[in-house]
Each structure stands twice: as C-alpha cells, then as structure tokens.
Design a protein. Structure first.
Length: 250
C-alpha cells in the first residue's frame, strides 16, 4: 500500500484526491491548512490544520508511514512548500510539486508585474483612485496606509485588520464569469485591478474584464519554485508520477 500525502487546498489537489480514490494499492490523505472557514473538502481522508513546521511534518510522515508527498498547495504558499521540501529531505521521501501554470498577458492587456504586495501598494497611487483588490484577506494590512484610495476587497472570508480606511468588502468565492466581473467593475467605477499570479481558470474572468475595460492590472509575481524538486502542471502528470513511485516501491 502506497500512502500518499497531498498538501492541498486547491482545485488541483481536490481533483488529484478524486483521481486516486479507490485505486488499488493507494491510500490518500489530503491536508488543509485551515485558513478558510468553510473549505471545499476533497474525497477521502482529510487532515485539517498545520503540522508544526518541517520538524512536525517529518514526524507526521514517519508516524503515518507515508510513501510519497505531493505539494499541490497555492502557488503563493511558499512557507508550506519550504516545509515540505525540508521534511522530504529529512525522511528521504519522494516529493512532487503540482503547480498550475501562471497567467500570460495577451494582446490588449495592460499588466504591471511587481515582485511583492508592498511593491503593488507603492504603484497604486499613480494608476487610479478606485482599486479592485483580489489578493486575499490577509493582504489588506499592506494597503492600510493608502488613505487617498478607495478599495473593493474581495475574499472568501472576512479580511483581517487593519484595513484601508475607505474599503468595501465583498465576500465571494469563484469561479466568476466575464459578464459578472464586467458588471462589478463598471458598477464600482474601478480604475485598477490588483491580483496575484495564481493561474488557473477559476478567476481569469477578472483579467478578461480588465482587458475589455482598458484597465491596468497590477500582477504580483509568484515566489520562486524550489530547486531540485520535480514539478508538473497537471493532475494527470501527478498521477503518472505516483504510478512510477508505486512501481519503484513495489
């Protein structure tokens, strides 16, 4: 029996758990960090909450007799990825990173790539007064001192303070539609969109809407991927990798 830990919270992680469910010789445990109050649960066994850094994760992997780890966390979950890399090194377990490709600008896009949220905040005053912020509930404190700007902040759960003084919070979960995003941006007279390069199709509608409206988009780049760790962009390739691992173990 190959016991697989899927570090999840993404659509790819849920689809991987579903693809592995019921496969002979494979048992999957999906881990959720617990940062969303009502997460979409994958099929099969679920571990909720953290592990206590690389030390705790390494101990948990040994205790549960895990044979392989797939890091299918959010592209910006750099701390969890670093813990997975270190825990896999200590235990000698095979580790795969399942990461959807990032977005690519197309004709008509006005993208302003930046390396961090702080850089995004520094760029905003020159781009417009009314900001559509889609960088997650934990990011709002970075923009809290921009009193001259108005923010529409969208997140799944209520954001954590401090917030910008002029902020309207919109609680919503994707996927979103182009028509819905167009109506939202027009209704709130948005001047500029701020987003992370999360990739995937669930939230690309805002990018299409911004292109149609001619709005600048501040795009926060992803943290660099760890070196020396195999990575694949699709669930199908992750399944194939696990089959290879299972065959080698057998």
């Amino acid at each position: 029996m190959l016991n697989v830990l899927v570090l999840g919270g993404t659509d790819e992680a849920r689809r991987l758990a579903a693809a592995l469910a019921g496969r002979p010789g494979t048992h999957v445990v999906s881990s959720l960090a617990g940062r969303v109050r009502d997460p979409k649960l994958p099929v099969g066994e679920v571990h909720e909450g953290g592990f206590g850094g690389p030390d705790g994760l390494a101990a948990w992997l040994a205790e549960r007799r895990i044979g392989a780890v797939v890091d299918a966390t959010h592209p910006f979950a750099a701390r969890m990825t670093a813990s997975a890399v270190e825990a896999a090194r200590r235990t000698g377990l095979p580790l795969l990173i399942l990461r959807r490709p990032g977005w690519q600008a197309g004709p008509g896009d006005d993208w302003r790539p930046v390396p961090s949220l702080e850089a995004a905040a520094g760029l905003l005053p020159a781009l417009g007064e009314r900001v559509f912020l889609t960088t997650g509930r934990r990011s709002l404190p970075v923009f809290a001192d921009l009193d001259g700007l108005w923010f529409l902040a969208r997140s799944v759960d209520p954001p954590e303070p401090p917030l910008p003084r002029r902020t309207e919070v919109l609680l919503s979960r994707g996927p979103f539609t182009r028509e819905g995003e167009l109506a939202l941006m027009r209704g709130h007279r948005i001047d500029v969109l701020v987003t992370k390069d999360s990739g995937g199709e669930m939230t690309t509608a805002k990018l299409h809407a911004a292109r149609e409206l001619g709005l600048p988009v501040v795009v926060v780049r992803r943290p660099p991927a760890p070196g020396g760790v195999p990575a694949v962009p699709t669930v199908e390739e992750a399944v194939a990798w696990l089959e290879t691992v299972s065959g080698a173990a057998g």
